[in-house]
Unconditional design. Structure first.
Lengths: 416, 600
């Protein structure tokens, strides 16, 4: 199949794929463990926020950054809290960005705002995937997490999504203080039966500055036990594999063909543009230069090897964002080609696909990987076509930080 | 040269934090030695560490000119002394250079242990003591009570004590008037051969070793050939001068004058505190009394975290010793920690300060092992071996007996804490001698105790058990035989030499058990199980286990998380770099100090 436009001398360069993320910073209430940027309430700012986000997306489209959008992810926060404004946001984004015909279009939601009519309206606009924050089907665990819904409401939400015709994923949290193996097994069992084709399983992390952090420090909630979390991660891996949803990333499981394409962009070094307060963007050096020149932002520093990527986050508050959607980004992180290779290797090892021998070599991480292999955290496998890849092992998933750290901080003796 | 009758040499002595340095600042301002616009806090404490900690480490001398109420201009030499018990000998030499002392007592705290110790030292040096009650501007000041305490505890008449505030400057002039009126002027023989006391020295990169001196008899001037009697050093005097506080050269320093002497020497250890300067030819036959060789009290191993920094550490110690000859060091090697130095210090504070200075001024990352004292080990064939490190302990089969240094300890404390002190001293093998009430609010308690117990976190414990009210002073009285054993710690079955320590036999089991428990909390989980054992002579007396780490993963990683996560990994890596790799085990630095905290 050939695209006639691509061979035409008048067509210019082929559009570059850039995924689009929109951060919706509103929630019904803040959960105890969450350190994402979002706010409870803020009704008056919802409509202005959607206006600002659409304005921002429109602005970036002028730099040809949204001409080939393979995935769109509207996350948060709780996007479905926006109600009709969310429908307006989706519609506006579709008008602004050139989504691929087969684009993955995900909306994040939580049980308390998963409304059948809203879901239907979103599906009608083109949303083909939902990500539902269930976390647990156990009321006690939900209370510890400070969730504003109970298990019954979560079940109802899964039914709405199952009936909507769109695919959906659910998030679960393990290693919660007070969570028993029996509770976790029951949650896993419900999860595989509820119709989700994708599951994310996170061991609970106590983030600094959250209410959970304060409770753990005060001793009113025990600190999560890493051994319990390890057992539960192993139980999840087994239960989900048996249910036809093998792991494809350290925390992600899916029926084959239902992996999150948007998240895979993050883990494979693809470009993404973030819209909204505290949304992160990563562009190739070339794409970034285009924007920086137009906006008067800092340009990549001269370096050897040269800059390959730039990543930045608008660290504006919601109020600031609504007032000035296009203000300068915070400090821009420039990655040179070596750093890029190391980051890709580190992220690649988060996926079951692993990385190729060539990628490991480019990252200067071969020695580090050999060391990790000796500890049983990674291994070399050979695929049918004879290509050898480094992959994370069962134990490596549990001790992922060791793997990622060793690869990211690998010092290649052959380089100065 | 100044007429000796117009000279007053005095010192300010005080317990730590009673406001000595601030008071000195006010004196410098009042006499226009330093103009207000050039004033910084704690002028005489020039080291960062001194200012940050609010303590004086190095002695200082400054000459100020003061026109008294009688209309005469007097030359006052203010000699600022270190306030901490680690530096008792230095203080005694500084006092020897004076005829009087302002004894500063905090109007809210009253008399404390070092107030007593310093006052006694000043009395022994036959100084005229002028009590000064400081911080009277504070709302909780109680000058009447403090006056009473000074009289009761020190037998110093205090009805004419100067009431002052270093903060507001109130009473500072009165203090100087009292100095002029009460402190005797120096007396000496200008015709006799030169005799001058060295009360401190420091190294100047351009001029070599500079000594601070007090002339007792005769005079000294540039071009003279002089001898430092105890060290046997001959010096061509390059320059003499006074400190205001910048160096101002003068033609000569005569009887009673305080100033500096540029020696041009490159080796500070040739210029000893307490030594006597006299003429190289036809000099004095008798030195001034009171000279002592400085002897370290506390020893520790200092090791670079990064083994490659060993040469840098050696250079840093060489340089630091130029300014502080009381630090001694010799190479030490450890299976666990690699190459480093066994260093001797005057006390725990001195040790802490030197470690901090090495790290700061020379950009080193250092690991210190638990401090030790000097043990005298008598072998079965009658030989005596001094050991400064548990590693050097000979095979128990060859040991006849071991002696350890003992202290006379004085603790001053409000009566309600007497019970707490009894309890604490009991834990530290101290023997009660006696106690007496100095006043209704202060009890003086006397103990004998081993120095090795004092350095076991005793001071911090004392402070925390008495809500900071207790104060402490001590002096070494000699060596005594004790039943001591070497306790070894094994990680994953292998002895870690740097964790060994020497302990009294009766305490060994309890300390071993507490230490292994403590280490279990300190050593992070590794990828494999790590048994921690305490052993005496191959016999295991305690065991704990650090379970293998099973989970260490941040699972969430999208968009903006990537940068955050990477930073976290980098931080984690840095944290590991601060740890010491002992075999295959990552051991945090604090593990090597854990023994000090086992009584918590």
């Amino acid at each position: 199949m050939t695209d006639p436009a691509a061979s035409s001398p008048l067509a210019g360069p082929a559009p570059e794929p850039v995924s689009l993320y929109v951060h919706v910073p509103f929630c019904v209430s803040k959960c105890a463990y969450c350190d994402f940027y979002s706010r409870a309430g803020g009704e008056a700012l919802r409509r202005p926020f959607v206006d600002a986000a659409l304005f921002e997306a429109g602005h970036w489209s002028h730099y040809d950054l949204l001409d080939d959008v393979p995935t769109l992810y509207i996350g948060g926060g709780t996007p479905t809290l926006l109600g009709d404004d969310l429908v307006r946001l989706v519609r506006g984004l579709i008008e602004t960005a050139r989504l691929r015909a087969d684009a993955e279009l995900t909306v994040e939601t939580n049980p308390e705002t998963t409304d059948a009519a809203l879901v239907a309206a979103l599906v009608k606009e083109g949303v083909n995937r939902f990500s539902l924050g269930v976390q647990s089907f156990d009321d006690d665990v939900l209370r510890t997490l400070g969730r504003c819904h109970d298990a019954e409401r979560a079940r109802a939400a899964t039914r709405i999504l199952r009936d909507s015709g769109a695919g959906f994923s659910i998030d679960l949290i393990c290693g919660v203080p007070g969570q028993t193996t029996a509770s976790w097994d029951a949650t896993l069992e419900e999860a595989v039966r509820c119709g989700a084709r994708h599951l994310s399983v996170y061991p609970l992390t106590v983030e600094e500055g959250t209410p959970l952090d304060a409770a753990v420090r005060a001793g009113t909630v025990p600190a999560p036990d890493p051994d319990d979390a390890a057992d539960m991660m192993l139980a999840a891996e087994m239960a989900l594999a048996a249910a036809g949803m093998p792991r494809y990333e350290v925390a992600s499981y899916a029926q084959p063909g239902h992996e999150s394409r948007h998240n895979l962009v993050y883990w494979t070094g693809g470009s993404y543009l973030g819209v909204g307060p505290h949304a992160a963007s990563m562009l190739t050096a070339e794409q970034y230069r285009r924007v920086a020149e137009g906006e008067g932002w800092a340009t990549p520093p001269a370096s050897e090897p040269p800059c390959a990527r730039a990543r930045f986050t608008r660290e504006a508050s919601l109020e600031e964002y609504v007032r000035r959607p296009l203000a300068d980004p915070g400090p821009v992180e420039f990655l040179d080609a070596d750093e890029t290779a190391r980051e890709d290797a580190m992220l690649g090892l988060r996926t079951t696909a692993g990385i190729t021998a060539a990628q490991a070599d480019a990252a200067g991480a071969v020695e580090a990987l050999v060391g990790l292999a000796e500890q049983g955290l990674v291994r070399v496998t050979e695929s049918a076509d004879g290509e050898s890849r480094w992959r994370t092992t069962e134990q490596g998933w549990l001790l992922g930080n060791r793997v990622f750290e060793a690869v990211w901080t690998a010092e290649d003796p052959s380089r100065p | 040269m100044t007429d000796p009758t117009l000279i007053r040499n005095f010192s300010i002595i005080a317990h730590i934090d009673h406001g000595k340095s601030t008071l000195a600042d006010r004196v410098l301002q009042l006499t226009h030695t330093i103009e207000d616009r050039d004033m910084v806090e704690q002028v005489l404490d020039s080291m960062d560490i001194e200012r940050e900690r609010g303590i004086t480490i190095k002695a200082q001398a400054v000459r100020v000119l003061y026109t008294a109420d009688d209309g005469v201009e007097y030359t006052l030499n203010l000699i600022d002394t270190p306030g901490h018990v680690d530096f008792t000998y230095e203080v005694s030499r500084s006092l020897q250079a004076c005829e009087g002392a302002l004894l500063v007592v905090d109007a809210t705290q009253g008399v404390e242990a070092q107030t007593v110790a310093n006052a006694i030292m000043a009395m022994n040096a036959h100084l005229e003591i002028i009590p000064l009650i400081n911080k009277i501007d504070l709302p909780s000041a109680d000058p009447e009570r403090v006056r009473h305490e000074i009289e009761e505890a020190l037998a110093i008449p205090a009805d004419e004590a100067v009431l002052a505030s270093g903060k507001t400057g109130e009473g500072v002039r009165e203090a100087l008037e009292a100095v002029v009126r009460l402190v005797p002027h120096p007396v000496g023989d200008p015709q006799a051969p030169l005799k001058a006391l060295i009360f401190d020295s420091f190294f100047d990169a351009y001029r070599g070793v500079v000594a601070l001196i007090r002339v007792v008899d005769g005079h000294i001037n540039a071009g003279m050939k002089v001898s430092l009697m105890a060290a046997g050093t001959i010096v061509d005097v390059e320059e003499v001068g006074v400190r205001r506080p910048a160096h101002v050269p003068v033609d000569r320093l005569g009887v009673g004058e305080v100033g500096y002497l540029v020696t041009g020497l490159k080796d500070t250890s040739l210029v000893k505190v307490g030594d006597t300067v006299t003429l190289a030819k036809h000099g004095a036959t008798e030195p001034l009394p009171g000279y002592r060789e400085i002897k370290p009290m506390v020893y520790t191993g200092l090791f670079p975290i990064d083994g490659d920094q060993y040469p840098e550490l050696r250079d840093a110690l060489d340089k630091l010793r130029l300014n502080d000859p009381s630090v001694i060091y010799e190479p030490e090697s450890s299976h666990a920690l690699g190459f480093g130095f066994r260093c001797g210090f005057l006390g725990l504070l001195h040790m802490e300060i030197i470690k901090e200075r090495l790290e700061r001024e020379f950009d080193l990352d250092l690991l210190a092992t638990a401090p030790s004292v000097e043990y005298h080990v008598y072998t079965t064939d009658g030989e005596m071996i001094s050991i400064h490190s548990p590693q050097d302990m000979p095979d128990p089969g060859t040991v006849d007996r071991i002696e350890e240094p003992y202290l006379k300890v004085t603790i001053l404390v409000p009566p309600e804490f007497v019970g707490a002190i009894m309890e604490l001293t009991e834990l530290h093998r101290a023997t009660f001698v006696n106690m007496q009430y100095l006043s209704g609010t202060t009890v003086e308690m006397h103990y004998e105790m081993p120095l090795s117990e004092l350095i076991m976190d005793f001071f911090d414990q004392l402070k925390s058990r008495t809500r900071g009210y207790a104060s402490l002073d001590y002096e070494v009285t000699g060596y005594r035989t004790s039943k001591l054993v070497k306790l070894d710690v094994l990680l994953a079955g292998k002895p870690v030499d740097a964790l060994s320590f020497i302990v009294h036999k009766d305490k060994a089991f309890a300390r071993g058990k507490m230490l292994t428990e403590k280490l279990r909390g300190i050593i992070p989980r590794q990828m494999f199980e790590v048994p921690i054992q305490a052993a005496i002579g191959g016999k295991i007396i305690a065991r704990e286990t650090v379970r293998a780490m099973r989970k260490d993963v941040i699972a969430k990683c999208y968009g903006g998380d990537i940068s955050r996560k990477r930073k976290l990994l980098e931080k984690q890596k840095k944290g590991k770099k601060r740890m010491k790799q002992v075999g295959t085990i990552e051991v945090p630095q604090e593990a090597f100090m854990a023994i000090l905290k086992v009584d918590d």
